[in-house]
Write a protein that binds this ligand. Structure first.
Ligand code: NAD
Length: 476
């Protein structure tokens, strides 16, 4: 078993010692499992200087060679997957199988961008003038800074590292202080794969101070953030000073529309399985359930049965199907959602409370009988609470699904192709799954509309996010 000792990684050197540090907790026990060193202003400046210095050579390196390093990193993540998944579960809480799956998906992302780097083709545009050649070229935008959250400690950093490095950018990653071990291991895999010093740097610290410092530097040309809407807005504001490009992958509150023609038993089971993945701490988690009134009770019964059948426990324990919440803040938030629902006359069909007082466990919960203005319907719960409400007409439910400031993911279940088309064009989200919850893959873009952010990760869009366009016109 790898020892748990997250470190900073600056200019090719790991540093475990720092003047200040933070404690890392195991959410299944609430106990401290280690400490994470914080980078002070001097260390952040060193990271900026390293990313700046390494940029020209990395950008000039043939994409084939950059890809070879990323492919090697993918292999190392696969080789180490068991140890890494254990670290991920230990610091984040999700069940081991989910952690392993997340790491294997991360390996695949490294591999895919290793290949995609070679397909930054640009294009030739037929000129208006004889003897002229017009080339459109995608060039790496420069040193980038990325900020990632604790809910997917492997996948989110990987999307940013792989996209940036494949494009030829250098990167400073500030990963979540609550889950530093996984980010450290990913960076270590890149270092072991032969990444030159300064190309990838890893820092931790007070999030607001670190982001202000990094975004405040004109050397940083791209910001990529995954997290809450409020922080996304703040980082966008900070980026205005030097007009850095931004990719903002912010919160959602995904509607799930279950039409009358769909099997309520199947929809209830699939929807519940999606809802309780990672204890509901997923930005594309299905989280507002609109079910046609004719199948409402059948769907709800199946959903509740699924919730009751979950085995909540330590993600490392055999047989656990839902782990704890990642931190104490989420527990407190869950209490607020349940209290608001009850105060508005909602019925708690199952769950509704914390489990025990050791670790951050909360019961898989289902709430019915609330109006669309209840907190659970307007604010992303980011936890294992599912509100289920009825609807009558498709047009009505599309309007209700859209009546919210965010639009990341959405889902619908129907066998009627006309209704499916109507939902596809009517629901305002960045990603829509019809008869499936599987919307995220390595090859496809991942991003939201409205206050869920701007730009996409994943797919070719995840490479383009780190490129700027140059037009070169040559006459003669
Ligand atoms: P938060 O907004 O305090 O933190 C979210 C993430 O952003 C954390 O990793 C944190 O370290 C980082 N962060 C916070 N302030 C920052 C700053 N000024 N600069 C840079 N990074 C900063 O929220 P939280 O309590 O961790 O989670 C609460 C809410 O955040 C959730 O309810 C959910 O809506 C949202 N969230 C979304 C995602 C996602 O995948 N989109 C992930 C985690 C949290």
């Amino acid at each position: 078993m790898t020892t748990y000792q997250p470190a900073l990684y600056i200019n090719g050197t790991f540093r475990t010692e720092a003047k200040t540090s933070g404690a890392v907790l195991n959410p299944a026990t609430g106990e401290t499992i280690g400490k994470v060193p914080f980078a002070d202003a001097g260390a952040l400046d060193e990271a900026i200087a390293a990313a700046e210095k390494a940029f020209p050579a990395w950008a000039a390196m043939p994409a084939y060679d950059r890809g070879a390093i990323l492919r090697k990193a993918a292999g190392l993540v696969r080789e180490r997957v068991k140890d890494l998944a254990r670290i991920l579960t230990l610091e984040q809480g999700k069940v081991f199988a989910e952690a392993r799956g997340e790491l294997l998906a991360s390996a695949e992302i490294f591999e895919w961008y290793a290949e995609e780097a070679r397909r930054n083709y640009g294009r030739l545009v037929p000129p208006r003038q004889a003897g002229m050649r017009q080339m459109v070229i995608g060039e790496p935008v420069g040193p980038a800074a990325a900020f990632t959250p604790w809910n997917f400690p492997a996948l989110t950093p990987t999307r940013k590292i792989a996209g940036a490095l494949a494009a030829g950018c250098t990167l400073i990653l500030k990963a979540a202080e609550e889950t530093p071990g996984t980010a450290f291991e990913l960076v270590r895999a890149c270092a072991d794969a032969g990444l030159p010093a300064g190309v990838l740097n890893l820092v931790f610290g007070d999030p607001a101070q670190v982001s202000k410092h990094l975004i405040g530097s004109p050397a940083i040309r791209k910001i990529s953030f995954t997290g809450s809407v409020a922080v996304g807005k703040e980082l966008t504001r900070l980026s205005a000073q030097h007009l850095q490009r931004t990719t903002m992958e912010l919160g959602g509150h995904a509607p799930v529309i279950v039409c009358a023609d769909f099997d309520p038993d199947l929809a209830g089971k699939v929807a519940a399985a999606g809802k309780y993945r990672n204890a509901g701490q997923v930005c594309v988690s299905p989280s507002r359930f609109f079910v046609h009134e004719s199948i409402f009770e059948k769907f709800t019964d199946r959903f509740v049965a699924y919730a009751k059948g979950l085995k909540v426990g330590d993600g490392l324990a055999e047989g656990t199907t839902m782990g704890p919440l990642a931190n104490d803040r989420r527990l407190q938030a869950m209490d607020k959602f349940v209290a608001d629902a009850k105060a508005r006359g909602g019925q708690v069909r199952t769950g509704g409370a914390r489990i025990g007082n050791r670790g951050f466990f909360f019961e898989p919960t289902v709430v019915t009988g609330i109006a669309d203005d209840a907190m659970l319907m307007t604010t992303e719960p980011f936890g294992p609470i599912a509100p289920i409400v009825p609807f009558k007409e498709v047009d009505e439910v599309i309007a209700r699904a859209n009546n919210i400031s965010v639009g990341l993911a959405g889902y619908a279940f129907t066998k009627n192709t006309t209704v499916a088309e109507k939902l596809a064009s009517g629901v305002r989200v960045g990603m829509l799954g019809i008869n499936t919850l599987n919307i995220a893959s390595t090859e496809t873009p991942f991003g939201g509309v409205k206050e869920s952010g701007s730009g996409s990760e994943g797919g070719i869009e995840g490479l383009e996010a780190y490129l700027e366009i140059k037009l070169v016109s040559i006459l003669g």
